[in-house]
Ligand binder design. Structure first.
Ligand code: SF4
Length: 369
């Protein structure tokens, strides 16, 4: 690291396609003459291996995935790591991970964005200012807010694709447009350019021809509820969403970064009110959402619900008996998947296929009656 060019090599953990707004943010606030941004390697069995070998046994699984990402990045030259931090046990990840990695002999600067009270923008700015002394506070705030806009647009785009994927007439159109959209977002410079991308890509998105209502009625509709990391990082759930879409199932998922950062706090009371027949107090993390959104899916006529969580996730363990009661009360099938480093992809797929067959039979029986 002695050359000025790569004095700092900055990296962060993976979470779905959110590496795109993160990359855009860092690329704009850091000085490319001294800093390189290292997008972590795509998640793989080696990420899992590194994470598992260097994490406490009983810590929740996302901790291990993050550790795997960090170790791979450190091995590839990173010397600045960014961790989100935040509520639930996630709030303690940062300190423990830093300690473990430093005990392993890695030398790095560690940046934690959120604490239990949210984000202290000035504090985070002061850290980035050390990496780029030319950085101005007003510009940092502008880029931060702009990143939220990118993130929001990414979520809107991906939600539309998810909602309509199985209605696509010419297979492959959504995938192609999605890839091109991600490439554009990665380097978008300012509001003007973002608005052009938005207009252009949403026009193309809405021009993709979809099956009409009459041809949709036999399609199985499934909602995914559960823990946030497993919901948003596809590798951690063995790409459960993509598998369902491949089977021709319509999938609805509520959890996105936009929801967690901008809407969750405001909606919590409302969600609790909606589910007051089943819960009186918030279950912590995403547990309340799992209950409230399951009730919403039932109202919207979904055929089944998939509950996903990582091993060791207490809020979701608390939600499970309540979901079972909801399943019995409304006669709606709910399947539970717990993912850990030992889960077998074949086992998950087999259960998913059996669940699909059961939903299909149930739907056909209902139609015949
Ligand atoms: S929500 Fe679950 S997985 Fe996430 S930090 Fe909390 S306990 Fe761990």
């Amino acid at each position: 690291m002695s050359n000025t060019k790569n004095k700092y090599v900055v990296s962060f953990p993976h979470l779905g396609n959110y590496y795109i707004p993160v990359y855009n943010f860092l690329n704009n606030i850091l000085d490319s003459s001294t800093t390189k941004i290292l997008i972590p390697k795509m998640m793989s069995s080696s990420t899992v291996k590194y994470g598992e070998e260097n994490s406490p046994d009983y810590v929740c699984t996302p901790f291990k995935y993050n550790m795997g990402n960090f170790i791979e990045s450190l091995e590839n030259g990173a010397n600045v790591l960014i961790q989100a931090g935040g509520g639930c046990r996630y709030g303690y990840y940062a300190e423990v991970q830093e300690k473990i990695l430093k005990d392993m002999g890695y030398d790095f600067i560690y940046i934690v964005l959120f604490d239990s009270n949210g984000i202290d923008v000035k504090k985070v700015f002061d850290i980035f200012k050390k990496l780029n002394p030319k950085l101005k506070f007003s510009y940092f705030v502008y880029r931060f807010l702009f990143t939220l806009k990118i993130l929001n647009l990414l979520d809107k785009f991906e939600t539309y694709v998810r909602d309509n994927y199985v209605y696509e007439i010419d297979a492959g159109k959504f995938d192609k447009l999605h890839t091109s959209f991600l490439n554009k977002l990665k380097y978008v410079k300012d509001n003007k350019e973002l608005n052009i991308i938005k207009k252009d890509y949403f026009k193309k998105l809405h021009n993709i021809k979809l099956k009409d209502e009459a041809k949709r009625k036999d399609i199985i509709k499934v909602g995914i509820v559960g823990e946030l990391y497993t919901s948003m990082e596809p590798y951690s759930s063995f790409y459960i969403e993509r598998e369902l879409l491949k089977m021709g199932v319509k999938v609805k998922r509520y959890t996105t970064a936009t929801y967690l950062l901008l809407k969750k706090k405001a909606e919590e009371k409302n969600l609790l009110k909606k589910s007051n027949k089943y819960i009186t107090y918030a279950l912590g993390a995403d547990g309340t959402e799992s209950v409230a959104h399951s009730l919403e899916l039932i109202d919207e006529g979904y055929d089944g619900i998939i509950h996903i969580k990582p091993f060791g996730c207490t809020p979701e363990i608390n939600a499970m008996p309540i979901l079972q009661k909801i399943s019995n009360d409304f006669n709606i099938p709910i399947i539970y998947f717990t993912f850990d480093m030992q889960s077998s992809e074949v086992g998950i797929t087999t259960r998913l296929e059996a669940f699909y067959d059961m939903l299909k039979m149930k739907k056909e029986c209902n139609a015949n009656e």
